[in-house]
Write a protein that binds this ligand. Structure first.
Ligand SMILES: [Zn+2]
Length: 86
């Protein structure tokens, strides 16, 4: 799995709406890719924050915007280390 693929699947992963085989691929990827671990952690925290404000579920359109922002931020990141090589 590439970083791009992981970002594309991030929403499904966090919602536990993903095939076990794909979950294994995500976990294998984040085990050696620090950038994607950061993105995953950040996304989870944002979702928890939204929950704390009383919204149980992020509306689909807001969620798309959130992931789009994350994706753009991710693509702009300099390659920080060799860890992220795919
Ligand atoms: Zn990655």
């Amino acid at each position: 799995m590439t970083c791009e693929e992981l970002i594309a699947h991030l929403s499904s992963y966090i919602d536990h709406e993903m095939d076990a085989a794909l979950v294994a691929e995500v976990q294998e990827h984040i085990a050696h890719c620090r950038n994607c671990r950061v993105v995953l952690d950040t996304t989870r925290r944002l979702i928890v924050l939204v929950h704390d404000e009383g919204q149980r579920v992020i509306p689909a359109d807001q969620r798309s915007a959130l992931f789009e922002r994350l994706h753009q931020a991710f693509l702009k990141r300099p390659q920080a280390s060799n860890e992220s090589a795919v």
